[in-house]
Design a protein around this ligand. Sequence first.
Ligand code: GTR
Length: 422
Amino acid sequence: MSKKRSTTAFICMISLFLFFLPAFILSQTGQGWQAPPDVVERLTKNQPQCNYYEEKVPVYKLPELLVTLDGKKIENSDEWARIRRPEILELFRGNVYGRVPETPYNTTFRIVNKNMNAMEGAATLKEVDIVISSEGKSLTIRLSLFVPNNAGKKVPAFLSINNRGVEQADPSRTVKNEFWPAEEIVSRGYAAAVFQNSDVDPDNFDDFKNGIHGLLDRGERKGDSWGTIAAWAWGASRCMDYLVTDGDIDAGKVAVLGHSRGGKTALWAAAEDKRFAMAVSNESGCGGAALARRKFGETIETINRAFPHWFCRNYIQWGNNEDAMPVDMHMLLALIAPRAVYVTSASEDLWADPRGSYLSLYHSIPAFRLYDRNTALSEQMPPLNSPVSSGNTGYHVRDGVHNLLVKDWTWIMDMADKAFNR
Ligand code: GTR
C-alpha cells in the first residue's frame, strides 16, 4: 500500500471510530437503571402480596394523552390549553384527588417574626401566619421563609410541603437535616420556604371533621369531594398567595416540592395552580408520579386501604381496576407542561416504583413537545445517580432508600437553575 493510501485508510478508521464512540459509550454506561435483585427479593419476602418483579408487570395501554374525550387529535399547544388540559384536570378532580369546595373564605397574612440576621447574616427569616377564616371559624398555616440577604434582586423560591415533624424543617435551625437543607438552598440563591401539611389538614382519617375540611366543607360528602392530598395542595396555593405579595420573591419562579405523600401533593398543587413554575416530586409513587397500570409496589387498592382520607371516594373504584381508570399519572405530569417538572426516585424504594415514575414522565413528553419540539427523553431509564433532563422535564434515580437528601436537593436545584435560566 502506498503511503498516501495508508494515511487515508488510517484517517477513515479514526473517523469511523470517532463517529461510533458516543454510541459505544452510551451502550456501556447507558445500561439504564435496573432494580437491585437483592432488594426485589427482600421486599417480595416481606410483602408477598405485592409485585416487585418487572416481568410480572401486566400488559397495559395508557389512556391517550393527546386525544380529546370526543376523539379529536390535539395538534398544538393552543388546543391542548383550551380543550385537552381542562378535560384532564376535571378527570383528576372527579376520579383521583377530589374537588375543592366553593365555600367563600377570607385570607389575612401576619408577619409574626422577622430576623434579618438569620443564618449568621446570610438570610432573613420571615415567619408568616396565613389565617383562613369562614363563618366565624379560622385556621392558621404558618409559612417559614429564609430569603438570601444581599441578592440585590428578587429571588426564586422553593416551597416545601413538610409532611414530617416540625423538626425536619426547623425554622429555628436548632435541628438541621438533609430533608430541608435551608442553608444549602439559600447559598444557591433560592429562598427556602416551608409549611407543615398538618396545619392545613391532619394526616389521619377523622371523617373530614378537622382541618380545612372542618372549616370549608358544607353538606354531605360526595364521591368527588376533596381528600386530604387536595387539601394540602390547596394549602400550598395559600402559601403562594403570600409569596406573590412578598417583594423579595420572584413570584414567576416558585417551585413547589414535596417528598412521598408531599410529592403527590406537589404535583397536584402545580396541576391546579399555574402560578407554580416548577413541581418537584420526590419519590411520590402511587397516586403521585408512578403509573398506576403497572401495579408495581404500592397500588391503588393498597393505598386506599392504608390511607382512606388521601383521595376522593371515587378513586376507590379504580383499585384492581386500573385499566378502566380514565387517567394515568403521565397525564398528571402533562398538566404541568410547559412549566418544569422534576421527578426523583431512590433505587431501593421499589414501593414507589422508580421505573413507573420515569415512564410516567416519558409518556408525558408529548404535552411538553407541543411547546418545545426539542424536548425528548429516552424510553430507557438513566443509570443510577445520573440525572437526565430535556427542556422542562427531568429525572434522577438516587442510590439508597426512601428519603429526601442533599444529593437529591443538589440535582433538583441544578434542574431549577436550568428551568429558571440562572
Ligand atoms: C407510605 C405510603 C406512600 C408514601 C409514604 C410517605 O406509607 O404508602 O404512598 O406516601 O408513605 O409519605 O412517606
